[in-house]
Design a protein around this ligand. Sequence first.
Ligand SMILES: [Zn+2]
Length: 525
Amino acid sequence: MRAPGLVVLMLCAAPVVLGQQANLQGLKQEAAAEVDKLQTLTQQMVDEIFSFSELGFQEFETSRYVTGILEKNGFHVEREVAGIPTAWVASYGGGKPVVAFITDIDCIPRASQKPGVAYHDPLVEGAPGHGEGHNSGMAVNVTAALVLKKLMAEYHLTGTLKIFPGVAEELLGTKAFYVRAGLFRDVDIVLGAHVGSEFATSYATGDGESSGLVSVQYFFHGKAAHAAMAPWRGLSALDAVELMDTGWDFRREHLRPAQRSHRVIINGGDQPNVVPSEAAVWYYFRELDYPHIKELYDLGNSIADSAAKMTSTAVDHKLVGSAWPAFFNKTIAEAQQKNIQTVGMPKWSDADQTLAKALQKEIGAKVEGLKEKIEPLAEPAKEQTGGPSDDVGDISWNVPMTYLMYPANIPNLPGHSWPNAVAMATPIAHKGSTAGAKVQALTALDFLLQPQLVQQAWDYFRTVQTKDIHYSSFLGPEDKPAIEMNQEKMEKFLPQLKKVYYDPARYKSYLEQLGIQYPTVKRQP
Ligand SMILES: [Zn+2]
């Protein structure tokens, strides 16, 4: 006798679903209003993390500061996760669904720059700086999480929030370890956020301009000798590095056009009259998918071995980073796109536009100011060209995930250098982060209140994304996070950086503390 029961169930179910929809719209409006109320905190987070200027694996002040805010607001924080001193997970709530947020926190070597100034003017000469804009991500995600927590408590919503820091993203150094440590095992949906000049999201392989990679350091060991008196008694490790580099560059012609590979010599010896007994070179090998990345990795190892043979030196290598090419979830992207449209672009002031145009002019980029329009959700590119990498890729192959690009920076910049830091502690970054926080909160509500949408995201993940491709980490069982990286570089600048940390108790903004007139642009001749 199932039929009558079913009818009763359907009659009951209909009003509940309708009620939930109405409820969802109301909650979204309330969430957006609550994000607006937190604008001062959002601005302080943007400015404070900008002033910390911490390189990958050295994000101690940033992590202390952000976890402090979260703990003060009732989140439970677990520290040093996955064997990484600056990594942590903050949680609130209980039960399903588990909605996680992630965003990067590290900065770029030598990118120190005064905010609001449209020409190169370092805060601390030679020091690291937020020349990628990662200082704004936590302002986005933490603001959204605080608002969600308030609404969840007030309206007794079931579900768990989790906040993760993207430690050492610039080194592609942690996400594979997060995955290996099982940090995403119970997570249903991941909402990543990354600074951009546009307000956009994408799914699948997006614009096709992203690659996966392995980051590998090769250490050659030779024998020291007086370089003039007895060079025949020495074996040069630097010769091996140079032969490896030359070998790679000859081979490059015969690799697929989609590959990207680049290197820096991290140890070239000490002085010319000593045959270098130790030398080292660091490669990023990028390709479009796991098998091709693995092929480049194997080829790199074999060219290194050959260079060692030619010079009678020895070589060993260390994997210091890895990333799967990212693949984002269509269901989440579609929900997110609607929320981007609801929130809309920030209202830029004349001062914001003046700064943007002056910087674009200064660096010889196309002068078009800040973006005013939202990007539509595009179909994924038919052909992948490859390009940069992000180690969230590993997460995206384990849990349905999207990556929100929020408009907190100036368009047409070169990336990974001082121009990308110019706007990052100004009203451009503050307004863009507030807009980003709204979309993160609204999208989380979509999944907290609609279990069927969580199901739909997983259906896409299982039947489309991972139908034929299965995740397998680049990490070997012996590989460990390279937590010692950047330690010396950071220690060198720490005393000078500490002097310019932002103090929100004394100054309304970092611009005010530094006495910078906004915007500061070169006078027209
Ligand atoms: Zn980044």
